[in-house]
Design a protein around this ligand. Structure first.
Ligand SMILES: Cc1ncc(C[n+]2csc(CCOP(=O)(O)OP(=O)(O)O)c2C)c(N)n1
Length: 288
């Protein structure tokens, strides 16, 4: 269902809260990823508050929708979404990245309720997504599987092996989401990012690539919540095969000094950085 104005405002408020929790957690931990969680923030909130058929009280329920964060380094974004949705206390985010914490730098499925798949080694998230989608069909279930990919993440060959199988078996219960922020750890992932450089881009034209593997493609602005929710609905009604939502995003979105700057892929947040981020996020909330 498409959210009305009041609900949309609430979702936007949650995305601002998520961004604040990410910066606070990385500041507290003294390390962590920022750019990737920020580009994914609006979609993570939509997934956990609108799209996924889930029950935080019963995180193991067989018929729940599955979500895999293939770009597992953005774990703190996922943890913040899970905490806000009620899977565990928001307070626990303060343990992010500590020894023996359930909130490790990369998601661990045997530690934390709500994590459907461990991830962190790039390129490995779509394969288990294919397995889950096949399991849903062979076990007569109707749960859907969502996998969020990074553009750097999808430079790994295993993504394309999984993409080929998903197309081959017409897995119409599988939705991939490409967080196309054009940047990766130390530089560019796509031609858009390469505008100012004469280096050869590692990835070109995501749409025709995915279509060649038999996928339905929907291109959206990944920071427009309505576009994202509508794309998820369209994916549900597409019966011929898997769908990928190609979401154009901005790395670091929401904190001006982080936006489109790959040095904010991962780095410690100083006290001043934190203060500046909170000033911006408070202003965004006041403007809602
Ligand atoms: C197999 C593997 N190689 C390298 C890394 C180190 N690494 C972590 S994040 C990252 C860049 C990821 O870029 P992208 O998928 O575009 O993520 P985003 O920009 O959304 O953060 C790299 C190279 C890794 N985690 N796994």
């Amino acid at each position: 269902m498409i959210p009305d104005g009041v609900r949309l405002k609430e979702l936007k408020r949650l995305a601002i809260q998520l961004r604040r929790l990410v910066v606070e957690s990385v500041h507290h931990a003294g390390a962590g990823h920022l750019g990737g969680p920020m580009s994914a923030a609006d979609m993570l909130i939509c997934l956990y508050f609108e799209v996924l058929n889930i029950d935080p009280e019963r995180p193991e329920k067989f018929n729940r929708d599955r979500f895999i964060l293939s770009k597992g380094h953005s774990s703190i974004g996922l943890y913040a979404a899970l905490a806000l949705r009620g899977y565990f206390p928001v307070e626990e985010l303060k343990t992010f990245d500590e020894i023996n914490s359930r909130l490790q730098g990369h998601p661990a499925m045997d530690l934390l309720p709500g994590i459907d798949m461990s991830s962190g080694s790039l390129g490995q998230g779509l394969s288990p997504g294919v397995g889950m989608a096949i399991a849903s069909k062979t076990q007569g279930s109707n749960f859907r599987t969502f996998v969020m990919l990074g553009d750097g993440d999808s430079q790994e060959g295993q993504i394309w092996e999984a993409a080929m199988i998903a197309g081959r078996y017409q897995l119409n219960n599988l939705t991939a989401i490409l967080d196309l922020n054009n940047l990766q750890q130390y530089g560019w992932a796509t031609p858009e990012g390469y505008k100012s450089s004469n280096r050869i881009p590692p990835q070109e034209d995501a749409i025709s690539r995915w279509q060649a593997f038999g996928w339905n493609t929907i291109e959206i602005n990944g920071h427009d919540m309505i576009e994202f929710i509508e794309a998820c609905s369209e994916a549900k009604t597409y019966t011929e095969g898997p769908t990928i939502i190609i979401a154009k995003t901005i790395k670091g979105k929401g904190i001006s000094y982080m936006e489109n700057d790959f040095s904010w892929h991962s780095k410690p947040v100083t006290n001043t950085d934190l203060e500046n981020a909170i000033i911006e996020l408070k202003a965004q909330e006041a403007a809602l």
